[in-house]
Design a protein around this ligand. Structure first.
Ligand SMILES: [Zn+2]
Length: 69
């Protein structure tokens, strides 16, 4: 059953366009998350840009970046 739910989880992630994946600059001081990896707010990121789940970003205390609309 565990395997099945894992597969379903991945399928949902792939097929769902409104996924809850957001992008953050993987720096210790980054406080924002971004809907797009090409956001202006990420353009000066000197660390790696990584994708994480929006719920995790919020749990880490991150807020939506000011450039997003
Ligand atoms: Zn942004």
């Amino acid at each position: 059953m565990k395997t099945l739910s894992l597969i379903l989880f991945f399928l949902a992630n792939i097929t769902c366009k409104d996924s809850t994946t957001v992008y953050i600059c993987n720096s210790p001081g980054a406080k924002k998350y971004h809907n797009s990896p090409k956001c202006r707010g990420l353009s000066n990121c000197t660390y790696r840009i990584i994708s994480i789940d929006i719920e995790k970003a919020k749990k880490d205390g991150k807020t939506l970046c000011g450039w997003e609309k």
